[in-house]
Write a protein that binds this ligand. Structure first.
Ligand code: HEM
Length: 413
């Protein structure tokens, strides 16, 4: 295990290649790591991360004004507090839970069946690039009520928006590119918003257009920001989690066999994937006053990054934390997708993910379709596993080989 030295940096190539190798040392020796190049503090202990995410007075989301607002074209949910946050969060939650969720599960199935169909007879599919990424975008466009024929264009704009939010350092050229993507996305959305105001349908954009807050309808600007917020929040972590789930199951063939035999184990496998390799690795906050962690003072006004990957592997929170075990007794599958989750992959506190139920349904539905079809599933020959991302993290690709599925014997929709 590498030793954290005074010149250790979370911005180094070593850390980017394999952050998990460093987490134990960070937690034990520098639980408050200062990164001078970006003037920010990184917290790695479960207890400290939980404290930051639940003490909303002491740690606010002010940092998002520079980190997200320029590409969201307005304030996002995570920046809001009080009655405004509760009301707008409720509108979004309603589109992702209850009856709406049932309806979306059917849409998820048909999107998944359509996207996997060309790859099944070939016996080869890159779970990230051929399937997971397009699926996450298709599914989110369905919920929003956007036209799926535009998905490649929306995906390209979305990746500029995501790059802006998740980059620690951006060159002026990349910054311009990201802002340009956001402007084009906004220009694409504005006429849609106008049409939905006149003819609302049964989709999230229509709901945002017709909802009122304090008796006042949301402006186009507010609706645009929330649409981009949902687009960005819903797509990236979902496709990464699906790929990570398959990666871990293939690496643990006995657990893969158990899940294939008994799909009721899927929620536990998904929850354990989220604990073991959370796709959202960093959550930023701003310290409103001086705050002391492990005897070290984080000064008022400082940016603090909660290291979710490190917190989820803290032995104070989970036994044998570096072991992937879908049967671990300290996970609590049922509460893993609720506010009471012990893992912090969805954050915690006021801003905990609004998409937890939807994410679970999406990944569970798709994995339950794929698993029975992928007989003899394995990594394609010559494949070398690589992950990327400091802020959000997942496999760059996951090419899988399996017994070809005859045309016609398609996925169970
Ligand atoms: C496995 C999939 C997902 C993971 C790991 C994940 C993770 C997270 C995390 C860590 C946060 C907290 C951010 C913070 O505290 O600042 C968050 C917030 C949020 N997530 Fe997710 N997310 C997932 C899927 C989704 C989906 C499918 C949606 C669709 C609606 C969604 C929408 C949101 C929104 C709108 C917020 C902001 C909530 C607020 O500030 O009140 N997420 N998510």
């Amino acid at each position: 295990m590498p030793v954290v030295s005074p010149d250790f940096s979370v911005l180094s190539e070593d850390f980017a290649a394999s952050p998990y190798r460093w987490f134990a040392q960070l937690r034990e020796r520098t639980p408050v790591h200062y990164e001078p190049a970006i003037d920010s503090y990184f917290l790695s202990r479960h207890e400290d991360v939980q404290r930051v995410l639940t003490d909303h007075e002491a740690f606010t989301t002010e940092t998002l004004q520079v980190r997200a607002e320029p590409v969201m074209r307005g304030p996002v949910l995570a920046q809001m507090t009080g009655a405004e946050h509760t009301a707008k969060r409720k509108i979004v939650v309603r589109s992702f839970t209850g009856g709406a969720l049932q309806h979306q599960v059917r849409a998820i199935r048909s999107n998944a069946a359509e996207l996997m169909a060309p790859f099944l007879p070939r016996g080869r599919m890159d779970l990230v690039n051929d399937f997971g990424r397009p699926l996450a975008i298709h599914v989110t466009l369905d919920v929003l009520g956007l036209d799926k024929k535009d998905w490649l264009q929306v995906a390209a704009w979305h990746s500029g928006v995501a790059e802006f939010i998740t980059s620690m350092t951006l060159t002026p050229e990349r910054r311009r590119h990201c802002l340009d993507c956001a402007e084009r996305l906004e220009a694409y959305l504005l006429p849609v918003i106008e049409r939905r105001r006149e003819h609302p349908g049964d989709d999230l954009i229509s709901r945002l257009c017709t909802a009122e807050f304090d008796g006042i309808a949301m402006s186009d600007h507010d609706v645009t920001a929330l649409i981009i917020n949902v687009l960005a929040a819903a797509t990236e972590p979902a496709d990464k989690t699906l790929a990570l789930l398959f990666k871990h199951l293939i690496d643990h063939p006995e657990q893969l066999a158990q899940v294939r035999r008994n799909p009721d184990l899927l929620p536990a496998a998904i929850a354990e994937t989220l604990r073991y390799t959370p796709p959202v690795q960093l959550i930023p906050r701003q310290a409103e006053g001086d705050a002391v962690f492990a005897g070290i003072t984080v000064p008022a006004g400082a940016t603090v990054f909660c290291m979710i990957g490190a917190a989820n592997r803290d032995p104070e929170a989970f036994t044998a934390p570096d072991t992937f075990d879908i049967h671990r007794p300290d996970l609590g599958t049922a509460r893993s997708f609720t506010a009471a989750a012990q893992h912090l992959a969805f954050g915690t506190g006021l801003h905990q993910c609004v998409g937890t139920a939807f994410a679970r349904a999406e990944i569970e539905t798709v994995a339950a379709m794929l698993l029975p079809l992928l007989d003899g599933v394995r990594f394609s020959p010559g494949f070398r596993y690589r992950e990327s991302g400091l802020y959000t993290r997942g496999p760059v690709a996951l090419p899988l080989d399996f017994t070809p599925v005859p045309q016609g014997a398609t996925a169970r929709e």
